[in-house]
Design a binder for this molecule. Structure first.
Ligand code: PLP
Length: 371
């Protein structure tokens, strides 16, 4: 079977291998069969390895949904009565966490700062000092909207110093940048199958401290479907998801993890970095500008400023590239016009070189100024 290969430079879902795509084509199975529960058991263990989590202290809990379901679940499930959440917010994804707090009427502090810079740790500490009722410190590891990488280890250490737990959104970093829950002071992190591990959309997972999940049994239940303890408890008792799992996505994820361990964390990290370097090189050669200081970039997403030319049209350039198998993506910064080129997925340096040939053709065709 021939499957057309598209190069996705959007921030996930990512380009997948054919073996991952084809892993979804399996005989029909009822997910309540023991055979399927066995598959999920192995998958949950492998997900712990992804974050270097000790299985005696951490567990992974699977959910059917896109990555945002994890933000919802962790925030609404892990807050004890009478406590509040501190969101260290310097981007679109932490803003989403603030929206979740608003939706559930969870007491919270939105510690907002520039999307172009790392948060001021002294301010984080000051806020913790002044608000001893903060039970959860939350931030986004890699702000996918800009490409900025946050200092989670330092923020986690501050959370612990003031007796709070540390929850971090690693949706666009786990499986691409080495994350070690213990060293990075993470109590809970989460991601979904279509990003770092290069499988399909529909499966999300939370990795966190089992003891804290057990304690959360006594916290207010704020959602029926999106509750961490209820799903965890159901897995413990039956080995299954409470409700229908994304069956075919789970097969694809198991194959993707097999390929992850075959490639190896370091080699995969190095590959994403090659892709990232090739993106910067291509952008530099065209004389275009990026918006985030390279020292604080994740190495996975590059935000590029729109060329200063009235002929520029993101849509036209996008469509030209799309028709030739390359997908570029709009930016997510309200104060400047950007588009994004991302290093996720089963792609390598040569794909980026091929992309820039097409991108340059598009700039020429629409008479957009460039070097
Ligand atoms: C992709 C992403 C999510 C989840 O987005 P969905 O559209 O719900 O899959 C959450 N956080 C970050 C940082 C992301 O990059």
């Amino acid at each position: 079977m021939h499957i057309k290969r598209n190069i996705l430079l959007n921030p996930g879902p990512a380009t997948t291998t054919d073996t991952v795509k084809l892993a979804q084509v399996v005989p029909d199975i009822c997910p309540r069969e023991k055979e399927f529960a066995g598959l999920m058991k192995g998958l949950r263990n492998d997900l712990l390895k992804l974050a270097h989590a000790n299985p005696n202290e951490y567990t992974s809990v699977l959910f059917c949904g896109s990555g945002t379901i994890n933000i919802d679940i962790c925030l609404n499930s892990l807050l004890p009565e009478g406590k509040q959440i501190l969101v260290v917010n310097n981007g679109a994804y932490s803003t989403r966490a603030v929206e979740v707090c608003d939706a559930y009427h969870l007491p919270h502090i939105d510690l907002k700062s520039s999307v172009f810079e790392r948060p001021d740790l002294a301010k984080v500490e000051q806020t913790l000092k002044e608000n001893p009722d903060i039970a959860i410190v939350y931030t986004t590891h890699h702000e996918t909207g800009t490409g900025l990488l946050n200092p989670i280890r330092e923020i986690g250490a501050l959370a612990h110093k003031y007796g709070a737990i540390f929850v971090t959104d690693t949706t666009s970093s786990l499986g691409m940048i080495p994350v070690d829950v213990e060293k990075d002071n993470i109590d809970f992190c989460f991601a979904s199958a279509q990003k770092g591990i290069m499988a399909m959309a529909g499966l999300s997972f939370v990795i966190g401290r089992e003891q804290i999940i057990r304690a959360s049994k006594n916290y207010p239940t704020r959602s029926y479907y999106c509750n961490l303890f209820l799903q965890y408890d159901y897995f413990e008792k039956t080995g299954e998801m409470h409700f229908t799992p994304p069956v075919q996505t789970i097969y694809a994820t198991i194959q993707a993890l097999k390929e992850f361990f075959e490639e190896g964390e370091d080699a995969k990290f190095a590959r994403h970095h090659r892709v990232y370097e090739a993106i910067h090189e291509g952008i530099d050669k065209l004389g275009l500008k990026t918006v985030i200081d390279r020292n604080i970039e994740s190495g996975l997403v590059v935000s590029v400023q729109y060329p200063d030319d009235p002929n520029w049209s993101f849509e036209k350039v996008h469509d030209y590239c799309y028709e030739r198998g390359f997908t570029i993506y709009p930016g997510k910064i309200s104060t400047s016009d950007t588009f994004r080129l991302c290093a996720l997925g089963a792609i390598d340096e040569q794909d980026i070189k091929d992309f820039f040939v097409v991108f340059r053709e598009a700039l020429n065709k629409f008479e957009i100024k460039h070097k």
